[in-house]
Design a protein around this ligand. Structure first.
Ligand code: G6P
Length: 607
């Protein structure tokens, strides 16, 4: 979390830094700040809240200077106020930071004993003081960085400027991503290539442990052992145009409506148009050579993994273990000698997912990453990559990245099924066809937004909610509940419908709406009984089903949405869409900040 930028420019730095920060705001929006060199001295402007507040502050008090750094914060240590906003500075140095300095308490004690006076509660300020101590001892900026960096524990990306050193920015990465951008007589630093896209499409990603000295002429890269190393620059395909809402009220709504295209593009990248069959690039392992796959992810991507478990096990007969990355990495799971690891991540930067990938990779497992951002840390660390073609996702609550992940995972399951001979060709073709029909079905669901809006008025009054589903619809219920709580702040729990009687039914009364995902599949009658059980206890039940399901629910629920009929294999990609719209409309009715919900960040680069 937190976004950092740095520039050495031929023009005023503040505007360039702000442009970069706007594109990084998805990483956090508790506060924002800039520091530049003004006549060799460090000058700062900071503001609590979103980048808009910093822009207002800069209008009142502009910030001159052509060398500078900027930050948008997701608070870890210290309240989200101005004193804790980055950059943190002493007279000699200003620092912006993404990540956590784990040994900051020891460092702070040591530095206070040396007479350093701290002005914030942050871990970051220790870095500024540590550098200053070395600078006061006579070290050059690069020498100070080389001494300070090994003393820091934790995962971080840093950018620093130094008083009296116009035209110098030092950046460092350990755990958190950092990219160097190459311009014409200008150099840039950013948390990701997206931040740099308006400035340059030539970037060099720092490797783990690297630090770099940027001057107007270029960059000198050092590895963790302070050796000078060469790092290749690459072209990125990202557009410099600011990603807009294209007339939609929110990014989230735009992204929900992009799903037919995004799922279509992702499927098109994996299905041969000639044969109509799944045709994947080479994978780092052979389906026939493995006996188990572990799929690890966080948040929404974890629910994509849970859906994939049903697909791989039902269609391909391959045992699947699914885990939350933060649990997997620390529970030291015994790794199957015929196992493989797959991680799923929209950003490709989630710290726990990256650590899980490294954990398995270091122990000899072949690793495959399903990511949305090519060139991301996870994409670069994995043995093989499959890309979701969702395009930049800005709304913090993930929508189109999820359906694109499902599209990739469904294709992988079909590829696995074919290779292992688990399903005959006719059935495989039918399943592939069902997937190809998904974009059209999503379109049809989006036409029903008005009906979903009506249901949202009911949910907006609730304090607690349950989401139920069975089989493939259980992970979809979990994702629906996550969407609702993320953006409307209503407490919502997803449950396997069969678990209802083992606890959650005790919560049911007329104030507890229940959303049930139940298209008419082999388990429909069982879920229909669960629906009657909660209705009998006074709950308002909202059912997402299909035509067949809708006509067989008797008595009918309080509200229901009938989706077009589709093979249950492909149905999760369609069923999740009304739940996204339901969460969106509920948040709208409650007046919450849909695109940037409180306390959250899009890319979680701390543990
Ligand atoms: C954060 C985001 C979620 C996302 C999760 C995993 O919590 O708010 O929307 O699902 O991180 O992110 P990733 O980029 O790894 O998919």
């Amino acid at each position: 979390m937190c976004g950092i930028v740095g520039v050495i420019a031929k023009r005023p730095a503040a505007g360039l830094l702000l442009e970069g920060l706007r594109r990084l705001e998805y990483r956090g929006y508790d506060s924002a700040g800039l520091a530049t060199l003004e006549g060799g001295k460090i000058a700062r402007r900071r503001a609590r809240g979103k980048i808009r507040a910093l822009e207002d502050r800069l209008r009142e008090e502009p910030l001159p200077g052509v060398t500078g750094i900027g930050h948008t914060r997701w608070a870890t240590h210290g309240k989200p106020n101005e004193a804790n906003a980055h950059p943190h500075a002493t007279g000699q140095v200003a620092v912006v930071h993404n990540g956590i300095i784990e040994n900051y308490k020891e460092l702070r004690r040591e530095l206070e004993q040396k007479g350093c006076v701290f002005q914030s509660e942050t871990d970051t300020e220790t870095v500024a003081h540590l550098l200053s101590v070395y600078l006061r001892e006579g070290a050059s900026p690069a020498e100070a960085a080389a001494k300070a960096l090994p003393r820091l524990e934790g995962a971080f990306a840093l950018a620093m400027i130094f008083a009296g050193h116009e035209g110098l920015v030092i950046g460092a990465r350990r755990g958190s991503p950092l990219a160097v951008g190459h311009g014409e007589g200008e150099m840039y630093l950013g948390s990701d290539a997206l931040a740099l896209a308006p400035l340059t499409s030539r970037v060099t990603y720092l490797e783990e442990g690297d630090w770099a000295e940027l001057t107007a002429d270029g960059a000198v890269f050092h590895d963790a052992g302070n050796n000078i190393v060469s790092r290749e620059a690459q072209q990125t395909a990202l557009s410099g145009a600011m990603i807009g809402k294209a007339g939609y009220r929110h990014f989230m709504l735009k992204e929900i409506f992009e799903q037919p295209g995004v799922v279509g593009d992702t499927l098109a990248s994996l299905i041969d148009p000639e044969t109509g069959r799944v045709a994947l690039p080479d994978l780092p392992f052979k389906w026939n050579a493995i006996q188990k796959i572990s799929i690890v992810a966080c948040g929404t991507a974890y629910y994509a993994a849970k859906t994939a478990k049903y697909w791989f096990e039902q269609v391909a007969g391959l045992p699947v273990e699914v885990d939350i990355a933060s649990e997997y990495r620390y529970r030291s799971p015994p790794l199957h000698d015929k196992g493989a690891l797959m991680v799923i991540s929209q950003s490709g930067e989630t710290a726990d997912t990256l650590a899980a990938l490294r954990f398995a990779g270091e122990r000899g497992q072949k690793t495959l990453a399903v990511v949305n951002v090519p060139g991301s840390s996870i994409a670069r660390a994995a043995d093989g990559v499959l890309q979701t073609h969702a395009g930049p996702e800005i709304g913090v609550a993930s929508t189109k990245a999820f359906t694109a992940q499902l599209a990739v995972l469904a294709c992988l399951a079909l590829d696995c099924a074919r290779t292992r001979g688990a399903v005959d060709e006719t059935r495989l073709d039918a399943l592939t066809q069902a997937l190809r029909a998904v974009p059209g079905h999503i379109n049809a669901v989006l036409q029903k937004s008005a009906s979903i809006r009506e249901a949202a008025q009911i949910l907006a009054e609730a304090r607690d909610m349950l989401y139920l589903g069975r089989g493939l619809y259980y992970p979809i219920a979990l994702e629906g509940a996550l969407k609702l709580k993320e953006i409307s702040y209503i407490h919502a729990e997803g449950y396997a419908a069969g678990e209802l009687k083992h606890g959650p039914i005790a919560l049911i009364d007329e104030d507890m709406p229940v959303v049930v995902v139940a298209p008419h599949d082999a388990l429909f009658e069982k879920t229909a009984s669960n629906i009657q059980e909660v209705m009998a206890r006074g709950a308002k039940v909202l059912v997402v089903t299909d035509e067949k399901g809708a006509s067989s629910l008797d008595p009918p629920p309080f509200w229901q949405l009938a989706l077009p009929e589709i093979d249950p294999f492909a149905a999760p990609l369609v069923c999740v869409v009304p739940l996204q719209v339901l969460a969106y409309e509920t948040a709208l009715a409650k007046g919450t900040d849909v695109d940037q919900p409180r306390n959250l960040a899009k890319s979680v680069t701390v543990e």
